[in-house]
Each structure stands twice: as C-alpha cells, then as structure tokens.
Design a protein around this ligand. Structure first.
Ligand SMILES: Cc1cc2nc3c(=O)[nH]c(=O)nc-3n(C[C@H](O)[C@H](O)[C@H](O)COP(=O)(O)OP(=O)(O)OC[C@H]3O[C@@H](n4cnc5c(N)ncnc54)[C@H](O)[C@@H]3O)c2cc1C
Length: 506
C-alpha cells in the first residue's frame, strides 16, 4: 500500500518489521537464530523487534520455582538488550498477528508438537540452534537413519562431525529497533496462583536464571573452582553444588549454549589438563543432543504410552509392559511416588529433593524413573509430567526421551535399577537419605535403605516406627517381569543385543 493511500485513510498501513521470537534461546552469545534474525532485518532494511511472549499454554505447566527462573532469565535478557526486549503475555501467534501483522518472524526451531504448531501458525522462519553438533553437520543423510541407541549414534558423530566454534555475541547496534510499547516483565503472581516455596537450605545450588548467571556458573565450575578435572569421578554424587556442573537449568532455557561450554572445556584443556573428565562433559552434552535428535526423528511418539514401540508394545516385543495408573485414592502408588512416601528411602529422598528444590541428580532421576515405571508399573508419563512441572531444568527432549527410554518404550535395553543396591553404592553412609528423610536420622546403617527390616524394638530405639513415623512400603513391587531369554527370532542378530536386552542395574 502506498503512503498516499494510507494518508487518505483507505486503511492503516503496518510497517514491516522483522521479529526475533525468543523461546528456548534466551541469550546473546552463540545464538544462531538471533544472528540470522538480525541479518534478515539488515538485509531487508526493516526495523527489528526482539520479542518474548509468556505463553499460558507453557507457563501453566510450570512450578512457581521454574517460573521464577524463567522470569529472571527474561529480565536478564531484557537488560542485556538495553530494555529493547518487547514482552507480552498470551498466545504468541495471536499476539503477533494482531499487533504486528506485517512481520517476518524468525525463531529457533523447536520440533515438538506445541512449539512446532506455534511456528507454523506464524509462518515463521526457523533456524537450528541449541545443540552441540549442528543438524546439518550430522553424518546421516536424514534423521531417519540416525541410530535409536546412543552408543552407535555417538561413535558415528564423534568420528565424522565436528563442533562448530561459538558465534560472536549479538548486538542490536546494526539495526533500528522497532518503536512500540515494550511491555514489562510480569509478576510471578500473574503467571501462577501457587505460592513460591521458601528457599530450602538443602538445595544443591541457589539457581538464578539468565545468561549472566549461567555464564558465571560455567566460569566458576571450570576455572574458578577448578572442578572439571574431576568431573568423571564426582558426577554421580547426590549432595551439594559441585559433584556435577548444574548447567542444566541454563542450558534448558538457552541461557548458555552447549558450544560455549565446549569452547571453555577446550580452553581449560589447553591451559590445564585434558583427561577423561574433560572428555566426559562433552560426552554428556552429546547425550543431550541425542535426546533432541531422537525426538525430532520420532516426532510425537515420545509422548505416547507405547513410545516408539507402538503396536509392538502389545505383546510381540520383549519390552512389552501392560501399564497401570492408580491415582485418586488413598493407597495410590503413583501419588506415594510423587510425594516421596513410597517407604523406599532412596526413592523418597530423591522425590522430596525434587519437590522442595526443583532439582534432582542424574543418579536419582534414573532410579526414581525406573522405580515408577518398572517396579510400580505405573504409566511412565505420570512421572514425566511431574518432572515437567517441577524440574528447574525441564527440557522437552531430555525429559521425555529419558522417561520413554527408562520405561523401555524405545525398544532398547531396559535398565531396571535395584534402588536398595543403588543407595548402598552411591549413598554408602546414608547421608543423602537422612538429609531428605530426617525421620530416619537415627536408623542404624544396616537398615537405612531397608527400614522395614527393623524389628519393633529396633524401630523404637531408632525413634522411627514404620507406618507411623516413616511410611510402609508401597505394595505390589516387581510387577514388570521382563523376558530374560533371548527371543528366538533375534538369535541371528546376536550382536544387536550385545550385553542382553534387559539388565538389572545395581
Ligand atoms: C528420567 C530423566 C529425566 C530427565 N529430565 C531432564 C530434563 O528435563 N532436563 C535436563 O536438562 N536433563 C534431564 N535429564 C538428564 C540429566 O539427569 C540432567 O541433565 C542432569 O542431571 C543435570 O545436572 P547437571 O547439569 O549437573 O549435569 P552434568 O552431569 O553436569 O552434565 C552436563 C550437562 O550435560 C547434559 N546431560 C547430562 N546428562 C544427561 C542425560 N542423561 N540426558 C540428557 N542430557 C544430559 C545436561 O545438559 C547437563 O547440564 C533427565 C534424566 C532422566 C533419567
């Protein structure tokens, strides 16, 4: 429409604008999607608008603690952008279409259902981001060729692909920022009616959202405290800030980039030491990539009860499980799991930590997921949804793929964790269990992970009566009876099942 017709009031012209819609890329450093958005604004000589929309479809699923971390992250981004970040609350597509109808929207590609639909509704230009290895650098002609098991995926990727160096930090100096009401960061109380729980002194770390705090933690962990060199040996710990990196909440929202972490590891290796620990952090970031690429490959199957097994899960596959879900009555096994009162101290301690702080170690996550799915035989998605609500580091891909795998619904080897043995190995003194289950603090070491074995006298002496001070064990354990024989038809493919397809861990 010409300026003349506009001036005659034929209809109101909307100035073209290039929008970068931030979602899980809340940073300026090494941000391929933001870099591309700014370049697009320069190329088309259009004003540029960095935008974040608090979408109730997403925020309504998050705990107050996760929302607080998100609000801090968006506030930090806004100050890094000199208050030029535009903020809205509502459905992103509706807001953009009504307020900025003549816009070209750019965003980081998020291939799971809700995010994909939002992008389609906006006809947005998607840019790959958030992974260590770029999608276009993977050694597969398409993701359908990607192995469904991590080790062959890793071997191929490590052998044939490289990690790109991080991109320089973005700045708005080369574009003119679109002139509009920039809105403000909402109050926590406007996003949730649930109160923010008080900070728990037992929390592994005081997590503060945002790129600034995330970069500071990377620097602290690797250089200031010099912890990286021992990461391999400490990573299965349970208590305190330093047994693992705790980068995950910042990685999940994109406050830090995995390539930035990799570049800092390389810098450390050159300056200090290169060993199994320095390699292992990159290894874990590759596990994270695997989850995202697995989710892209299998699209929405990771949200389904039968996972990627589909119909095979109904009897013909050796991982077949008939799922139950017993919520809503007093003996509910699933609710006992959720609330940390299963009567299994290692499970309860981990669930209580999650509920009080929004964090749980990787060791804990593997155990509680295995316990819910394979011991209690409960619909594993109940657990995945609870994690989605509670985890500060909730990441669609890592969470749903890890749960689907823990339940055996991706067809790979099922790792069933023996939670008592695991507790003995990883919490030998019962220190972690006593931290989160203080009612067990005087229980002797021999009973700390199996308090139901105490005689009545021993219970009295320990000041812990089972069924009164600490819960009885949830009933009906070991429902999942996996086949331990190798199915006949798979005999020919022995190498495929190297190490067995079912393993008890612990
Ligand atoms: C059932 C289940 C659910 C999980 N849900 C999530 C989730 O929602 N978000 C999430 O970030 N991680 C998830 N994980 C993976 C893992 O437990 C966490 O990434 C890790 O505990 C975070 O602590 P950290 O940053 O100190 O990890 P570190 O041990 O320091 O590892 C460094 C980084 O590598 C990545 N990483 C490490 N282990 C894994 C893994 N097994 N899978 C994927 N990435 C990994 C993370 O980004 C992590 O920050 C889940 C694991 C399980 C078993």
């Amino acid at each position: 429409m010409s300026a003349l017709s506009a001036s005659k009031g034929l209809h109101v012209a909307h100035k073209a604008v290039t929008i970068h819609l931030f979602r899980y890329d809340l940073r300026l450093h090494d941000n391929p999607a933001l870099t591309a958005s700014i370049a697009a604004a320069q190329k088309t000589s259009t004003p540029f608008l960095p935008l974040y929309v608090f979408d109730p479809a997403q925020t309504s699923k998050a705990s107050p603690s996760r929302l607080k971390f998100l609000l801090e992250s968006v506030s930090d981004l806004r100050s890094s952008l000199s208050d030029n970040l535009c903020i809205r609350v509502g459905d992103p597509a509706t807001i953009i279409k009504s307020e900025f109808p003549n816009s070209n929207v750019h965003l980081q590609s998020e291939p799971c259902r809700d995010e994909r639909l939002a992008s389609l509704a906006l006809d947005a230009t998607e840019h790959w981001g958030s992974t260590l290895y770029d999608l276009s650098d993977l050694p597969f002609s398409s993701l359908s060729e990607m192995p469904d098991v991590f080790t062959p995926f890793r071997t191929k990727v490590e052998k044939n692909s490289g990690i790109r160096p991080p991109l320089p930090p973005c700045s708005l100096s080369s574009v003119s920022v679109h002139d509009c009401d920039k809105g403000s960061v909402p109050e926590l109380s406007s996003l949730t009616s649930s109160p923010l729980p008080p900070a728990d002194p037992r929390s592994v770390l005081n997590f503060v959202g945002g790129e600034s705090a995330g970069l500071a933690r990377v620097n602290e962990y690797i250089f200031k405290l010099d912890l990286l060199k021992n990461y391999f040996n400490t990573r299965n710990g349970l208590i305190g800030p330093n047994y693992s990196t705790k980068f995950s909440p910042w990685l999940a929202l994109g406050c830090i980039s995995p390539r930035h972490v990799a570049s800092q590891v390389t810098k450390y290796e050159k300056a200090s030491v290169s060993n199994k620990s320095t390699y292992w952090l990159i290894f874990e970031l590759l596990v994270r990539d695997f989850c995202k690429y697995f989710a892209v490959k299998h699209v929405d199957e990771i949200f389904m009860l039968d996972g990627t097994l589909g119909r095979q899960a109904h009897g013909s596959h050796h991982n077949s499980i008939k799922w139950g879900l017993d919520v809503g009555y007093s003996n509910s096994k699933a609710e006992a799991w959720k609330e940390g009162r299963t009567g299994f101290p290692f499970v309860d301690a981990n669930m209580r930590e999650l509920n009080a702080t929004g964090f749980m170690s990787n060791r804990g996550r593997q155990n509680v997921a295995s316990f819910l799915a394979l011991d209690l035989n409960q619909d594993w998605r109940y657990g995945a949804e609870w994690f989605e609500h509670k985890l500060l580091d909730y990441d669609i891909y890592s969470n749903w793929v890890s749960w689907c795998m823990a339940a055996g619904m991706t067809g790979g080897r099922v790792n069933k964790f023996n939670v008592v043995k695991q507790a003995k190995d990883y919490d030998p003194e019962g220190e972690y269990v006593k931290l989160w289950c203080p009612e067990l603090k005087d229980v002797p070491k021999e009973y700390i992970f199996e308090p139901w074995k105490m005689s009545k006298d021993a219970q009295e002496r320990a000041g812990c009566r089972i069924g009164v001070d600490y819960p009885e064990r949830v009933k009906e354990m070991k429902v999942f009876q996996p086949r331990t024989d190798r199915p006949k038809k798979d005999k020919k493919k022995k190498e495929k099942y190297k190490g067995g397809f079912y393993k008890t861990i612990g």
